[in-house]
Design a protein around this ligand. Structure first.
Ligand code: TEU
Ligand code: CA
Length: 550
């Protein structure tokens, strides 16, 4: 468990909002979101009395890109894709965001570039090119036989044959995304230059993409096989990821930020990482500040699973590190649909929202979740993402979670005056910002209440987390506590995972002192503000509550 630092960093009490730039707001009618579009919507995010109240935005990649992986294939780390606008738009975005108290976190894709990046073009030009070893090149084992059996995350071999130089290059994702060679100090230096470039423009942090892929075993041994359906899972990923070298690179990156101010490094690692995502905190002071842990995100809506995973992830974070809390992102079906399966999706999404802002850590929201936006019901012909297309229709894939943000009930939901790049999710005539702003019972109003509650509470931002065992099976109970120099705040949080109302008898271990309080927030808008006593403690179906206990 992390002890409270006397001087907390900005992200410890921040709420971060992920913007998928393709889908937030289009300004020029080409059907694709862009930076001027985001600029025009900043007031929605923060800076006025009825804003959502988030403290930072994380922008999925906005760099020039051929968009095979919708920006995660970077062609130039130090420019803006013309689809999204210009560097002048970006500078304006930074200053307008800062003006509203919104920090800006960039997405850094360090594992690979686009095959159209000048570094790769030079690398593949000849075997003797000065940048040949900026990427991984190897000889095949014979005609049409790649160097080893490693499988790419998006299907097929990690090795692509280059006819011109008759060698293979390694790509952990698409063939259009060759992996950078992180054993090469020149690569490291070039990437640190990129980091300095964006820091000089005023960015406040970086989300590091697929960070556990950086290190590989470069003697290229085969991965051990195992039984599974998809090629990626038919092997144990022993040698193609999670090598010690990754940690060395992250330590160097962290060291390069020394004296650069309070810059956030938040890493994305895949869920089945040996040692868990927590390995990427290093000792808590020398690698990443925050590391996504997708175990809750991948879990079903089940109290037993949540109880166990919350405790496991909380305890795994070393002192000095700080956990993010995340239920949705651009790679997964939206959690309203995942958690909602087999129950009332809205009721469960409201309960999940309460957890998002009351668990210990930095909440990361994915645009639209604050509205209860659903996965798009897309047809094969609508799909754009190669990964979604490859496994369609057996796996829901990523496009359904990337549909445009619905702003109002005008044509195309106010997202674009043209044809949107992906169709709107159904239900947008009700599920949109304008209509939810008016409705105190909406998901948006609940998110706003939770955000205000969290920001006003030391227990919820920097307090400790204590599970309460012995309550009903179907309910999750915990306390958040903050005590310091005469200040004392104690909150009881309870969530009902079932569709039946539950009466709760608190375990006797729960002190006599905490048998009365005030219900300060409920996902049921009718109930907030009521007095609360332990003797009359019940939860409605899918209800979550926050009680201030004396
Ligand atoms: O994702 C890395 C990752 O772990 C993926 O395998 C993820 O599980 C996948 O999208 C299946 O849901 C990151 C980005 O978030 C993703 O959008 C990129 O496509 C990928 O890296 C390559 O850059
Ligand atoms: Ca546009």
């Amino acid at each position: 468990m992390t002890l409270l630092q006397s001087n907390p960093s900005w992200w410890q009490s921040a709420i971060v909002y992920q913007i998928y730039p393709w889908s937030f707001q289009d300004s020029n009618g080409d059907g694709i979101g862009d930076l001027p579009g985001i600029l025009g919507r900043l007031d929605y995010l923060n800076g006025s009395a009825d804003s959502l109240g988030v403290d930072a935005i994380w922008l999925s990649p906005i760099y020039p890109s051929p968009m095979h992986d919708f920006g995660y294939d970077v062609q130039d780390y130090c420019d803006i894709d013309p689809r999204f606008g210009t560097m002048a738009d970006f500078d304006r975005l930074i200053s307008e965001a800062h003006h509203r108290g919104i920090r800006v976190v960039m997405d850094l894709v360090l594992n690979h570039t686009s095959d159209q990046h000048p570094w790769f073009i030079e690398s593949r030009a000849s075997r003797t090119s000065a940048k040949r070893d900026w990427y991984y090149w190897a000889d095949g084992k014979g005609r049409r036989r790649p160097p080893n059996n490693w499988a790419a995350r998006f299907g097929g071999s990690v090795w692509a044959h280059d006819r011109h130089t008759d060698q293979y290059y390694l790509h952990s994702f698409l063939p259009e995304q060759p992996d950078l060679n992180w054993t090469n100090p020149a690569v490291r230096e070039a990437v640190f230059d990129v980091v300095r470039f964006w820091l000089a423009r005023g960015v406040d942090g970086f989300r590091l993409d697929a960070i556990n892929w950086l290190g590989k075993e470069t003697s290229w041994p085969d991965n051990p096989r195992r039984l599974a359906w998809r090629s990626y899972y038919r092997q144990v990923h022993r040698y193609d990821r999670d090598q010690p070298h990754t940690h060395e690179a992250l330590r160097a990156l962290r060291a390069s930020l020394k004296d650069r101010g309070d810059i956030l490094l938040v890493g994305e690692t895949s869920s089945d990482t040996p040692g868990g995502p927590a390995a990427f905190y290093g000792d808590g002071s020398n690698e990443l500040h925050e590391v996504f842990d997708f175990r809750l995100l991948r879990s079903t809506w089940h109290p037993e699973a949540f109880r166990r995973l919350i405790l496991e992830s909380d305890r795994a974070v070393p002192e000095g590190g700080w956990p993010p809390v995340v239920f949705s992102n651009h790679d997964q079906s939206r959690h309203i649909d995942r958690y909602g399966a087999g129950g009332d999706p809205i009721g469960r999404a409201r309960a999940a929202a309460l957890l998002l802002f009351t668990l210990r850590g930095t909440p990361f929201l994915y645009y639209g979740e604050e509205l209860g936006l659903r996965d798009g019901r897309l047809k094969r012909s609508h799909l754009r993402d190669p990964y979604t297309i490859r496994y369609w229709p057996w796996k829901i894939g990523r496009d359904p979670a990337r549909t445009p943000m619905p702003w109002d009930d005008s044509p195309q939901a106010g997202f674009t005056s043209g044809a949107p790049w992906l169709p709107l999710s159904q239900g947008w005539r009700q599920t949109n910002v304008a209509s939810e702003q008016q409705d105190p019972g909406s998901m948006l109003s609940l998110y706003k209440r939770l955000i205000r509650l969290k920001k006003g509470s030391k227990a919820l931002t920097v307090g400790t987390y204590h599970p309460i065992d012995g309550g009903p099976q179907e309910c999750l109970l915990f306390r958040r506590e903050f005590h310091m120099e005469g200040q004392r705040e104690s909150l009881l949080i309870a969530v009902n995972f079932s569709a039946q109302a539950r009466k709760i008898s608190l375990p006797t271990a729960f002190s006599e002192l905490t048998r009365t309080g005030r219900l300060i927030l409920s996902t049921d808008p009718q109930r907030a503000g009521d007095p609360w006593t332990a003797d009359d403690f019940y939860l409605g179906p899918d209800e979550g509550i926050v009680v201030s206990v004396q």
